[in-house]
Design a protein around this ligand. Structure first.
Ligand code: 26Q
Length: 750
């Protein structure tokens, strides 16, 4: 990329009388144009393709300028024109994703470009991203997120590469929009937009359309096939242009990564295209698929493993149903030739009753199947796919997640980044060098400077919260943050109970030395997830009650920020002291927020779950706050019986916290439902399914221990620095190198 030429063009842009949005479009287009030219030149040879329904890229402007190496120059040029580069913060995020899985996809693209690896993203160009959230009387309300309202200067529409996708009842045009991903090498994120008729357009209208009706489910199925088929169609066509019909070479040039089960229909489409359009024999097509496809699992929750009822497939994708049936028979023949028992075969089969299980297909076809943290990969082998792990052990591997330190440290935490320039020189070029900080941890002046850098990050967070939510955070407070998708297994409700217990203790005067503390929550609930919405309302009610209580409101504060997303997260990870990662052990596949906080010097208060375990291992348990039951204890409790009442009986404050669900007014019936779920259970689960009352007491103690430890500010800073110094492993640069070597074979011939 020719930096000088880009800068000259930007210098020539007149700012006079132009609004920020117009300037944003003009400058972005200049950079995008140059980057896209590079990307097209590079698009040859072997590559890996990342198929994902989510790409949670966040704000593109600053990141792309940074990756292009011109952020500081552009800042100066703009300043000369009287424009503050910070004004571009009003351009909203592209929230084409919901949480960890989508943000991981974005981090991987960033890291692959930085590492010079050819990785191409394929997904859907939703018209509306994840909804915008507001709180009305403490309730979550949802509004459409028209992310293109500022324009979309980073995308290039490729009408010339549009293709037709066939459903039984309609044909849809998939029009690619390409976004350059800038780095040492420039790659492409290609998002398909559905066009051709109003019904076609619906396919790329919303991320995760409500699927509580048959119509909604069919729409979801259409989305999945739509982009999977568009990607496969393109890859096969591109291959033929370069190599003719020598399909045996296809896997050498293409590795296709299935980001969870959503794009698994790509497998059936691939086999269909080869067998029906190119006369490749079925067994050979399957063998090629088995060399080209890989599958990453991101969750073991049964409700998230995609299954498609035969009747839906029959209705809109009969040509795919045909292939799925053959794949199922093919797999069953292999299972019997391997000598599997009937039970094992049933466990691995693609078809189960009248549904087709995408995870089983992904495991059968995947050359590699990976989990996203050590514990998770073990659980996948042991509990989720035990039969497959027995007959196909070579498939299973682990790739612990990572995050890009460029967005999640360099860009979002300027004060800490400058601090590191002095104390861990060279870390921007070689992130491993961040460990040099550990040599300076006992140096008095490093500690003071670290504390000052963290204070600056915190001030920026306070300003952001003031600006976005109108809330004044308590001065000089310890900031504890829990920011992630709202889900019962993540146990935001347990944090609310823990805060209530602290509140009760403060009221009784039992915590005379308690340092002022802010509990910051950020989360969106799926619009139809009743309990999650109840939890949001509950936390907001707790927040209001504490804020209204003059006895404690200078000591304790709860703030649930609205419309949490990538850009908000950037401020929160830079400005917090304590990262709350408190999932029921065994259920958080990895977590990636935990890594972002760690890099920015927050200590983790968390359970032995997901990548927390690896964080504790590297940064030292003694520099973090570990509590709660481990996965095997919860497994035993599930087997032998767990009675939350037994824990409640011994803990009056826990009982009182729970009773708050019966104290606050409950106009919509949320609290009754939540209360019942904890105390009596429901038809599909036992009481307190996620073991809140097993862990609550230990959680409160850990939070209070942090509060005491923090008061020796320098000793606490040493713990924080130890976390920063140990964070190199959690760079997604390391993760994509792992995928490239172990899964995609990009480093050597397959
Ligand atoms: C499935 C079926 C029907 C409708 C929706 C879904 C669905 C949608 C989204 C299932 C799962 C998801 C998203 C999962 C996700 O974000 N998982 C997170 O992935 C991160 C990256 O690996 C991990 O760090 C987190 O631990 C994991 O929760």
């Amino acid at each position: 990329m020719n930096r000088q030429r880009i800068l000259e063009k930007i210098r020539a842009v007149g700012a006079e009388g132009k609004g920020v949005v117009a300037l944003y479009n003009e400058i972005s287009a200049i950079v995008a144009e140059e980057a896209y030219t590079d990307a097209q030149v590079a698009r040859r040879g072997s590559c890996a393709c990342y198929l994902s329904v989510e790409f949670l890229v966040g704000r593109a402007f600053y990141n792309n300028l940074m990756e292009a190496g011109i952020l500081e120059d552009v800042q100066k040029i703009l300043a000369e024109k009287g424009v503050n580069i910070a004004d571009f913060e009003q351009i909203g995020d592209a929230a084409l994703g919901n949480g960890g899985l989508g943000r991981l996809a974005a981090c991987f693209l960033d890291s692959a470009a930085a590492e010079g690896l050819p990785l191409y993203g394929y997904g859907i160009r939703y018209k509306y991203g994840l909804f915008r959230q507001k709180f009305e009387d403490g309730y979550q309300t949802e509004y459409p997120d028209d992310w293109q309202r500022f324009g979309d200067p980073w995308s290039f529409r490729r009408e010339d590469e549009a293709r037709e996708i066939a459903f039984a009842d309609m044909t849809v045009r998939a029009v690619p929009y390409d976004m350059p991903v800038i780095g040492k090498r420039t790659n492409i994120l290609r998002l398909f937009q559905a066009e051709g008729s109003p019904a076609a357009e619906k396919i790329s209208e919303y991320l995760y359309p409500a699927d509580d009706t048959e119509e909604g489910k069919l729409l979801r199925l259409r989305q999945e096939y739509f982009f999977s088929a568009a990607a496969v169609g393109e890859l096969v066509e591109r291959f033929i242009v370069e190599h003719g019909e020598k399909f045996e070479l296809f896997p050498r040039y293409n590795s296709i990564q299935l980001n969870d089960t959503h794009p698994v229909l790509a497998v059936a489409e691939f086999v269909r295209v080869l067998t029906e359009e190119h006369r490749v024999p079925f067994p050979k097509a399957v063998a090629l698929a088995r060399q080209a496809f890989n599958y990453t699992n991101h969750t073991i929750l049964p409700e998230a493993l995609e299954c498609w009822p035969e009747k839906y497939l029959k209705k809109i994708l009969p040509h795919i149903l045909r292939v799925l049936k053959r794949l199922d028979s093919f797999a069953r023949r292999e299972f019997s030739s391997l000598g599997c028992t009937a039970e094992e075969a049933a466990q691995m089969a693609v078809k189960s009753g009248k549904t087709y299980r995408m995870a089983s297909l992904a495991v059968f076809i995947g050359r590699r199947v990976n989990g996203v943290a050590k514990l998770h990969s073990d659980i996948i082998r042991r509990d989720l796919f035990p039969a497959a792990a027995k007959y196909y052990p070579e498939k299973f591997c682990n790739q612990t997640n990572g995050v890009t330190q460029r967005r999640w440290l360099e860009l979002c935490d300027a004060p800490l980044a400058s601090f590191l320039d002095k104390w861990a020189r060279g870390w921007r070029q070689d992130f491993e060098k961040i460990s040099a900080l550990s040599k300076n941890i006992e140096d008095g002046s490093a500690i003071s400077e670290f504390i000052a850098a963290k204070e600056a990050g915190k001030r920026a967070l306070y300003e952001a919260v003031k600006k976005r939510d109108g809330a004044e955070l308590l001065p000089n407070a310890i900031v504890y943050a829990q920011i992630k998708r709202l889900h019962e297994y993540k146990r935001q409700l347990m944090t609310a109970f823990a805060v209530l217990e602290i509140y009760f203790q403060l009221k009784r005067g039992e915590l005379p030395d308690f340092a002022p503390s802010v509990f910051l929550f950020g989360a969106k609930s799926a619009p139809s997830y009743f309990r999650a919405k109840g939890i949001i309302k509950f936390i907001n009610d707790v927040a209001a009650m504490i804020a209204a209580d003059g006895e404690v409101n200078q000591k304790l504060q709860v703030v649930f920020v609205a419309d949490y997303g990538v850009s908000y997260a950037e401020k929160i990870v830079a400005g917090s002291d304590v990262s709350l990662q408190v999932s029921a052990a065994g259920l958080e596949a990895s977590g990636t927020g935990n890594m972002k906080f760690m890099m920015n010097g927050a200590v983790t208060c968390g359970t032995m779950d997901g990548a927390n375990i690896e964080i504790f291992e590297r940064a030292g348990r003694e520099n973090n706050y570990v509590f709660g039951a481990e996965a095997d204890e919860l497994e035993r409790l599930r087997r032998e019986g767990y009675t939350p009442a037994a824990y409640l009986a011994q803990d009056e404050d826990a009982r009182r916290a729970l009773e708050m669900l019966q104290t606050f007014p409950d106009e919509r019936g949320y609290y009754k439902e939540l209360y019942d779920s904890l105390t009596v259970g429901a038809s599909w689960h036992k009481p307190d399914h996620y073991f809140i009352f097993r862990d609550l007491g230990e959680y409160v103690r850990a939070l209070l221990q942090i509060n005491r430890d923090y008061q020796d500010r320098r000793a606490f800073a040493e713990k924080q620095m130890k976390n920063v110094a140990s964070s190199a492993y959690f760079s997604s640069d390391r993760t994509v190198r792992g995928y490239a070597a172990e899964i995609w074979g990009l480093c050597d011939e397959k």
